[in-house]
Ligand binder design. Structure first.
Ligand SMILES: [Zn+2]
Length: 271
């Protein structure tokens, strides 16, 4: 599922290709991914110039000269691509934007849970969707104030997009591991030192993931993401990924708030 690091990678790709370009045509191959009428999308896009890109959590925005923003949400399997000729069109392209220089930008989505919509502005969309600040913009003061009010478990609190936008399931596990905080601690019980570590870990995990363009198998071996049941491990022919990189204890899997959660019982003490 495209999380904040993937979406930031997509945003950078789009920023390089589309900013300053006029959209000359819109091709819709499958209207399932449109959250508005095809005619309304075309009316807003054709003739408009893309002036900037933005990202908030898992949402990517193309700002348009017509004072609107195109909102891209990638669902389970969304991606972006670019091509020039019909025969090079990526498989599962659902919508293509034709740019003035001949390039075409593809919204690709095999499972079609992604959505394309329009909003008046990023701020309007943020307000309508009740999204907090982007996780990379969250200050330690704001995090401390939010956690102090929460008598519930830290993991579901961090997953709540109203607190901060862009922390998904694996990201929260990695953040809590890097901060040495148990996922079932009561949020309001965290000390100022722990909140400081948590804030630093959010920055570390997201920046590391973006730097590696969200290719998990290339993440540092000091991350516990490798213990998740995924296809690609950084250490072929070894089961080292199942153990804590610090103390070699077996990583525990447990459901917290209904979500699969991985942690080290030694590094992340419950009390
Ligand atoms: Zn450990």
């Amino acid at each position: 599922m495209p999380e904040l690091p993937e979406v930031e990678t997509y945003r950078r790709f789009l920023d390089d290709l589309v900013v300053g370009q006029r959209i000359v045509a819109v091709e819709v191959f499958d209207a399932h991914v449109l959250a508005l009428k095809e005619d309304a999308l075309r009316a807003a896009l054709v003739g408009a110039t893309v002036t900037a890109t933005q990202r908030l959590g898992k949402n990517c925005f193309l700002e348009l000269s017509g004072e609107q923003v195109l909102v891209l949400h990638f669902g389970m399997t969304g991606d972006v691509g670019a091509y020039r000729d019909d025969h090079d069109r990526p498989r599962f392209t659902r919508v293509a934007l034709h740019l003035q220089d001949g390039l075409r930008v593809a919204f690709i989505d095999p499972r079609k849970f992604g959505r394309i919509r329009l909003a008046a502005s990023v701020a309007t969309y943020q307000h309508e969707k009740h999204l907090g600040p982007d996780a990379l913009d969250l200050t330690v003061e704001k995090l401390a104030a939010a956690l102090a009010r929460k008598k519930t478990l830290i993991k579901p609190v961090l997953l709540d997009q109203r607190l901060t936008a862009g922390l998904g399931n694996w990201i929260v596990d990695e953040v809590l591991f890097q901060a040495s905080i148990h996922p079932e601690r009561v949020a309001s019980s965290l000390t100022p030192d722990e909140v400081g570590r948590l804030h630093a870990a959010i920055q570390l995990v997201l920046r590391t993931a973006i730097e590696h363009e969200a290719s998990y198998q290339r993440f540092p071996l000091s991350f516990i993401i490798h213990a998740r049941e995924w296809d690609a491990y950084p250490t072929p022919n070894s089961d080292a990924y199942k153990y804590c990189p610090t103390d070699k204890t077996a990583i525990v899997k447990k459901y917290v708030g209904g979500r699969a959660t991985y942690f080290c019982p030694i590094c992340q003490k419950e009390t």
